[in-house]
Design a protein around this ligand. Structure first.
Ligand SMILES: *Cc1c(COP(=O)(O)O)cnc(C)c1O
Length: 367
């Protein structure tokens, strides 16, 4: 089964036929064939992709990526704790919103959607508010495509002895990093982003010592990160409640395919080439990216919408879809944009074809 169109979206994204085929079998949620040979292998492979340190472990969690973020925020921060969150886009804002729902005190650093956090402001907050116990930041802010300066922010947090939570949802698997070197305590990502699996679960890669501290702290039963981890540890890969077996099997296949591609380094190169090919091609047609090149991730790119009065996103979208490409609406609040993802089973040749399709879809330019 071939797809009718290529998803140029930040997840769910275009997957390979072989990843989709891996779902054509039923699995028993507690059988060894599933737990030991799939779930445990996935957990070990994910830790190895995240760090060379042996201090980390992995928990898989049902739900979309947000469920794993909520499980982490709701389990890692104690009743006395307080969160500092960097919010320069919808996903940073979502972390603050989760804290609000869970009645967790929260200090928000908001540089605006097109700027990076001011390190002096982060440090001032850490220095003046000893109640802050945790610092959360998004790696690639998918709202704009911005890559946040996680290294200096995590270093500051460590200097003040805080626990660091990283939302690397849209970057993990597509951008090389070692979370131990960076000083990250909890890193969150999900199945349907750069590992190129299908949606259904997220995962948290965390220091064992930090996971231990989560015991008894969760504010939700189904999102109890410690309990889920403990169950997987003690029962070798068993999930507490029904696991998304088909999705997990597809994810296993996606991990094999990441290895076959040459690992994260090779995937990163492909995404970068996609992104630079895209920006170059779009510029040649008169489009400008929202962010300057140095702020950009290779994950997704926001472009200003044409200012022509005949332009409507929906019409542009439909014309591209008819030609086999699905793009993404904008999410930036103070600028009219649309977004094009560079991740998934997408190659520079596809991007070259997209540019031809965009030119044909520019109906507002036709007299
Ligand atoms: C995709 C994404 C999430 C999670 O979104 P879900 O819709 O819940 O899967 C969180 N943070 C970032 C940065 C993302 O890109």
């Amino acid at each position: 089964m071939k797809n009718e169109y290529l998803l140029l979206t930040p997840g769910p994204l275009s997957t390979t036929e072989t990843v989709r085929e891996a779902m054509l079998k039923d699995w028993c949620t507690w059988d060894d064939d599933y737990n030991k040979e799939i779930v445990e292998v996935i957990r070990a492979k994910l830790v190895a992709l995240a760090t060379t340190s042996s201090q980390y472990s992995c928990v898989l969690m049902q739900g979309s990526g947000t469920a794993s973020v909520e499980a982490t925020i709701g389990s890692a921060i104690s009743q006395e704790g307080k969160l500092l969150v960097v919010d320069n886009g919808a996903y940073g804002a979502r972390i603050a919103q989760i804290a609000q729902y869970l009645n967790i005190p929260c200090h928000v650093v908001s540089p605006g959607e097109t700027s990076q956090p001011n390190l002096n402001e982060v440090e001032a907050a850490l220095a003046s508010d000893p109640a802050i116990s945790h610092v959360a930041i998004v790696h690639c802010e998918t709202t704009t495509g911005m890559l946040n300066p996680i290294k200096p922010v995590a270093a500051l947090a460590k200097q003040y002895n805080k626990t660091v939570i990283l939302d690397a949802m849209s970057s993990f698997g597509g951008i090389p990093m070692d979370i131990a070197d960076l000083g990250i305590d909890f890193m969150i990502s999900s199945a349907n982003k750069c590992i190129q699996g299908v949606p259904g679960f997220g995962f948290v890669i965390a220091k064992r010592s930090e996971l231990e501290k989560c015991q008894g702290q969760a504010r939700s039963l189904s999102l109890d990160l410690y309990d889920q981890w403990h169950c997987m540890e003690v029962n070798q890969g068993k999930w507490r409640f029904t696991s998304p077996t088909h999705t997990v099997r597809a994810f296993y296949q996606a991990l094999i395919e990441l290895e076959q591609e040459g690992g994260i380094e090779a995937r990163h190169q492909r995404y970068r080439t996609n992104q630079t090919t895209l920006v170059q091609g779009m510029r040649s047609l008169g489009f400008e990216p929202l962010l300057s090149d140095e702020l950009h991730s290779p994950i997704i790119t926001s472009f200003y919408s044409p200012t022509h009065s005949d332009y409507q996103f929906k019409e542009f979208y439909e014309r591209l879809k008819q030609q086999g490409f699905v793009i993404y609406p904008g999410k930036v609040s103070n600028a009219d944009c649309f977004r094009i993802g560079n991740i998934g089973d997408v190659y520079p040749e596809d991007i070259a074809l997209l540019i031809v399709a965009v030119e044909k879809a520019m109906y507002w330019n036709v007299q």
